[in-house]
Design a binder for this molecule. Structure first.
Ligand code: NDP
Length: 294
């Protein structure tokens, strides 16, 4: 039977994300304990009723549910590594920090050695979306029982998308997301840099950037073909792609701005053609990208 009393929550890490998470729990009436390397970041939360733990032990023992929102897993070891292992006993560490699947699995083993359970999370919203579970989502993986026990409390932050027991899975799915996110967003920074060099502003790029970065129709078209091993060049040919990316690179160079990004893209396209995919679709680059770069 679900409890009607909000569960106590500890939030460790008070960057923009941890601040938003602790704030959301305060808004929902949870008893919130916070802990951070730089304690002053907690000032606003303390003014709203949060308790600032003086030590990592105090932070861990204050709540069964401990949310970690740190830059990476090494920050967890830096903050909690010297803590008495007894303080971990029975805790559920919900690590919402970005890191690799291997680091997430190692973190889960580290927690288990101390009698705690790790749930790995990958948050798919910026801090502004925290507290809006209807429109946001977080990947979770780790022991199902721990997830079920805390699903409602985690659901205060974002929607919850449980992906199985392997503690690396949520980290993997999150990194897949970020692989696309950072590269796509950097393409926007690149376009704005070129636009600026021509006297245009970001606001001039935005109206068509929205469409350019909405790749849904391409993803939906190529996905079943890729999974079927079909890279037919009936719609686009990689040789055409090389010429197109060369035009991008030349435009960027002519504008006198940094050209590392289009140069890297062109290198991948050219390797695809060199591997014999010139008449295939650019989706054949998946086959090139499956191999380690030399
Ligand atoms: P930050 O990198 O700003 O988080 C910083 C937090 O980590 C602070 O509490 C900081 O402490 C602590 N920290 C970093 N290094 C150490 C260390 N060596 N020892 C102790 N504490 C350390 O990240 P955000 O708050 O923006 O995000 C938190 C996590 O959420 C990240 O993993 C991020 O990738 C992920 N995320 C962030 C999103 C965003 O839009 N911000 C979106 C989705 C996920 P101090 O205050 O003392 O510096």
């Amino acid at each position: 039977m679900p409890s009607t009393t909000p569960a106590p929550v500890t939030v460790i890490g008070l960057g923009p994300m941890g601040l938003a998470m602790a704030g959301a729990y305060l808004e929902h009436g949870h008893r919130v304990t916070v802990f951070n390397r730089t304690p002053s970041r907690a000032d606003g939360l303390v003014a709203r009723g949060a308790h600032l733990a003086a030590t990592a032990e105090e932070a861990l023992t204050a709540s069964e549910l401990v949310v970690l929102s740190l830059t990476d897993y090494d920050a967890m070891y830096a903050l909690l590594g010297g803590t008495d292992p007894a303080a971990f006993s029975g805790r559920v560490l919900v690590n919402l920090s970005s890191d690799t699947p291997d680091k997430a699995r190692a973190g889960a083993a580290w927690a288990a050695e101390r009698g705690a359970t790790q749930l790995t999370g990958g948050v798919l919203t910026p801090p502004a979306g925290i507290g809006d579970p209807a429109t946001t989502s977080t990947f979770y993986s780790g022991p199902l029982a721990a997830f079920e026990a805390h699903r409602a409390t985690l659901g205060v932050l974002t929607g919850t998308d449980y992906r199985g027991e392997n503690p690396g899975t949520a980290a993997l799915l999150y990194q897949l997301n970020m692989t696309m996110f950072w590269t796509a967003l950097t393409s926007y920074w690149q376009a704005v840099a070129v636009a600026n060099a021509h006297g245009l502003k970001a606001a001039d790029v935005l109206p068509f950037a929205r469409d350019a970065l909405n790749l849904t129709q391409f993803l939906e078209f190529y996905t079943p073909r890729i999974d079927a091993g079909d890279h037919a060049g009936d719609v686009d040919r990689l040789a055409m792609g090389v010429a197109s990316v060369e035009h991008v690179l030349h435009t960027v160079v002519d504008a006198g701005v940094d050209s590392a990004l289009p140069a890297a893209v062109l290198d991948i396209f050219r390797r695809g053609v060199a591997a014999g995919h010139g008449a295939d679709s650019s989706s054949s680059l998946v086959e090139i990208l499956k191999r380690p770069s030399s």
